[in-house]
Design a protein. Sequence first.
Length: 614
Amino acid sequence: MEAKSLSPCSCPAPHEDVECPTFVPASTPTLPPRAERGGELVGQRFGSFRAIRELGRGGMGTVLLAEHVLMPKRVAVKVLHSHLAEEPELVARLLAEARAMSLVQHENVVTIYDLDTRDGRPYVVMEYLEGQSLAAFARGPIEPALAVELLTQVCDALGAAHARGIVHRDLKPANIFLVPGPQGRQRVKLLDFGIAKRLSRAEGETPTRTGVLLGTPEFMAPEQCSGEAVDARTDLYAVGVLGYLLLTGRVPFSNESTAAVLVAHLTQNPVPPHEVRPGVPPALSAVLMRALAKRPEERFATAAELRASLESALKAAATPVAPAPASFTARVPGPVARDYPAERVGRAGLFLRCTGTPPPLRSDVSLVLQLPGGELPCVGQVVRHVSAEQARAWNMAPGFGVELRDANPAFQQRFSRLLTGTSPAPAAPTPDEPHAEAVLRDFRQRLQGDRYAVLGVPRDADADSVRAHAREARTRLESLLSLPLSDAQRSFVQRVLARVAECLQVLGNPERRVEYDAELRNVKGVMRCLSAGLTVTALEACRRRFFERHPETEGHSILHIASGEAYLSAGRVSEALACYEAALHADPLHLEALKRWTALQARMRHSAEATASR
Ligand SMILES: Nc1ncnc2c1ncn2[C@@H]1O[C@H](COP(=O)(O)OP(=O)(O)OP(=O)(O)O)[C@@H](O)[C@H]1O
């Protein structure tokens, strides 16, 4: 469980397989010389406090237990190692740490009482914590309820820091202390703001060198690993790692080589915690996976949001699951909409009966819940498959489990009402909101089209543009929810939001997009997927699946390709292009045909440009 700390590195990129040679610059904190390791600080005065024993020692300083000379008050005093007191950068770091902590002032952050210098060595007087670090407390997986209790307090501490523009940047079990709290509970105290960063620095404060990597590799967010700008969401990623560790007993990425860990944060998706340890509730696992998203904008926006999601996931996990009413089905829209009867239902998830192939594990599905009281559109994630064989062994129906995304109180209220078929107290219906109507008209039109039309992007859009348009659509729709919408408008907005999320899931992922583009015969889209890094092996696998769905077209491309070749050798480029288009209509993922088609397109374009410029 112990993670190694990364020394400053002055290069912004991760290193392939070796520790960066710049990781240990001259000013890196090191252990104090042997002569200083004795208890020569014990008995010394620090202001009104006298040191009575050493509590521990870190890279920056020695921490002492000290007592007020006149009162029975105990404090901890952190004294900078004498051999580091000459290093202005480290002195500044200790002072910045004390300032950051005293700015935060929160019950989950250690309290700072004083800051001074003795014999040229700066020291910080702080609250004495009688307890143990989280690293010592949680040496293996802990119960989800306790993990959430600790994580929510960490979120509270971070929320307070972020509200003052401070990012911690080195959250890890060794920096979290647990002290006895009310009713026998553990109270979290966040320590060690040694590398915390103020996002808008006050004048006179020492900045962290740009391009310097600071942190602990196992807990570092992708943007921190690559030396890019950090913000509050960088800390939320570390909470994701911490939660992962508490629930499964291991961090998402570990390796002997620091560089390999950094690269993993940048490029690999972690195995979801509930797959590492089956006792982890899938809803909680989903919250941590969102905190661990590679792109900050895909994580939670604030510590408070992450906290609320952790709590509601835990509550949902504790909600008993009941048999679903007979008339409850879930429709998965798409080119071929399918209805699945609901087998069991909880507040945040359901189990759908399915004898064929269920949607892939961890895929997002947009659903229209057809409940006894009416329809409810929503988005969910497939978290469980039960095969026919497992179903026989466990005496249940085969199918798949879905965790619902919008498990917020308003949604749950609506869900419960429609599930039981109880109608709300009659109220005067709210009329349609005119401003919203103009926006919704646009989306009604978009829903007539394919997924590209829903997001409002051309069929050859690149992944960044797809994401940007999805974000814009979501923002436009979400902004409507604060208006006094009619019931029909509100439900339509929810439905479109679900559809936008589903379209992004498909078009934002080259493997899923290429499958869709093949169905649309959208050759430019297929080429986009290849340029976005889709491998030839993945393309071939998609192609096999395409022929499973369309066995009648297999082999039809051969003749068209042969004709295309013949036209080409006769110099008849446009006829050749038409042949390749026909070939790709039958076999849209044929790599050679794709390459030829692209080359011919380019050739036609160049000759048209040459003619125009003449
Ligand atoms: N306020 C405190 N109350 C009680 N014990 C403390 C307090 N602050 C630190 N300690 C103890 O002192 C030890 C050293 O603390 P310090 O913050 O210097 O360690 P560190 O995190 O290893 O240091 P660094 O990150 O600078 O290398 C810790 O292991 C902790 O047990």
